[in-house]
Design a protein around this ligand. Structure first.
Ligand SMILES: *Cc1c(COP(=O)(O)O)cnc(C)c1O
Length: 374
């Protein structure tokens, strides 16, 4: 059997181990500790400011972000439709009501025109409590337009930058456009701590509150006293050590991902397909390279995925839009009629984007695709 080529697997460098070692030598294996404090500070510095709370997952970060916006049962939250379920499930943890916003063609992310329509539809007592926008596959959404609409309707924006760490929009880092911003260090993300997340905000008090909730909401009392519901959401000091080591290699990972994207773009350009699009004012992190087969292409993405799997190559279907999920079958979906998410879902495929993949391996993948599509 050929060596497996992964979609996007962890790439470690060695510095991670140094930080882990230090944690072991000081016996600081427990949650919190020096690595956690330093990882928060280093990530905030990388982003150019703000305050950060290191958490057990990106999902935990999104949950705390939803809580910080004050979502209570029945509150409407306008969410990206075309995303991973972890973007929106936290709305339901608080018994809020997600309303899904269609994507546009230029980035595959939330369409500001549909967002505007949603704000027009939900007003008065049903005024949305928050907006959650995801930057899918590391491609920045139309963040200025979306942030402007949110500001106009005085509604806080949560940016789900789980997939887009190091991507920029008009020169500014993603994960800095929201009042609350979330990153993930899950195993397949651009950098990984084996699992973990970060909540980032310009609001220092909000981050302090998130840390309080994330450590069981323990009141400042000598005994164990709780006035609020709490969670065990903090990142461990060992995990944060891996994150610190990885952060040093973020730019290198981004550059390698971009190269992979460019090679696909060049190598597949005569075939009936396009690659995942982005705006000229943005610089994606190219977390995953995706293809969109032309409408008249007679090969299905799943057939292509199966063919690659035969060669021990891991491709993955495009995220299934939330309004098509059985879980959210009864949720409202605001569309301007183009159905971008469903369309990309039916014609798209995520190609291996692992930065340890060699040029020869990538060439082999493209040869298989050419063989199927020509
Ligand atoms: C990975 C991911 C998350 C969740 O992050 P975890 O750390 O796995 O909890 C949320 N949103 C998107 C878009 C993601 O890709």
């Amino acid at each position: 059997m050929e060596k497996r080529i992964y979609l996007s697997s962890p790439t470690m460098h060695g510095e991670e181990m140094e930080y882990i070692k230090e944690a072991f030598e000081t016996n600081w294996i427990a949650p919190l500790g020096k690595n956690v404090d330093a990882f928060e500070a280093e990530l905030a510095q990388y982003l150019g400011g703000g305050h950060a709370a290191a958490l057990s997952s990106g999902t935990a970060g999104l949950h705390l972000a939803v809580k910080l916006t004050g979502v209570t049962p029945g509150d409407i939250v306008l969410c990206s439709d075309f995303t991973f379920a972890a973007s929106v499930n936290p709305v339901c943890y608080e018994k809020g009501v997600p309303v899904f916003i269609e994507s546009e063609r230029e980035t595959w992310n939330m369409d500001p025109r549909a967002l505007e329509i949603a704000f027009e539809k939900y007003r008065g007592e049903r005024k949305p409590r928050a907006v959650i926008v995801a930057n899918l596959y590391g491609t920045p959404a139309k963040l200025d337009e979306i942030a402007q609409i949110c500001a106009h309707y005085k509604t806080p924006l949560i940016e789900d930058a789980a997939e887009s760490l190091s991507a920029t929009y008009k020169g500014r880092q993603t994960g800095t456009f929201g009042q609350y911003n979330v990153f993930s260090f899950n195993g397949n993300k651009i950098i990984t701590s084996s699992g973990g997340g970060m909540l980032v905000s310009p609001d220092e008090q909000a981050i302090a509150k998130a840390r309080f909730w994330a450590t069981q909401s323990r009141d400042p009392a000598p005994h164990y006293q709780h006035s609020e519901l709490g969670y065990n959401y903090r990142m461990s000091n060992v995990v944060a050590g891996i994150g610190r080591g990885q952060l040093k290699h973020l730019e290198e990972h981004r550059a390698a991902k971009e190269k992979i994207f460019e090679r696909y773009q060049k190598g597949l350009k005569d075939l009936p397909l396009t690659m995942n699009p982005s705006l000229s004012c943005s610089e994606p992190n190219y977390w995953l390279s995706c293809i969109l087969l032309n409408q008249d292409c007679n090969v299905s993405p799943i057939a292509l995925m199966d063919r690659l799997a035969d060669e021990n190559i891991e491709a993955r279907p495009i995220w299934k839009p939330m309004h098509l999920q059985p879980l959210y079958a009864h949720s409202d979906y605001i569309s301007i009629g183009d159905e971008v998410g469903s369309d990309v879902f039916s014609r798209g495929l995520c190609l291996p984007s692992d930065i340890k993949m060699t040029q020869e391996e990538q060439e082999k993948i493209m040869e298989i695709i050419r063989g199927m599509l020509r």
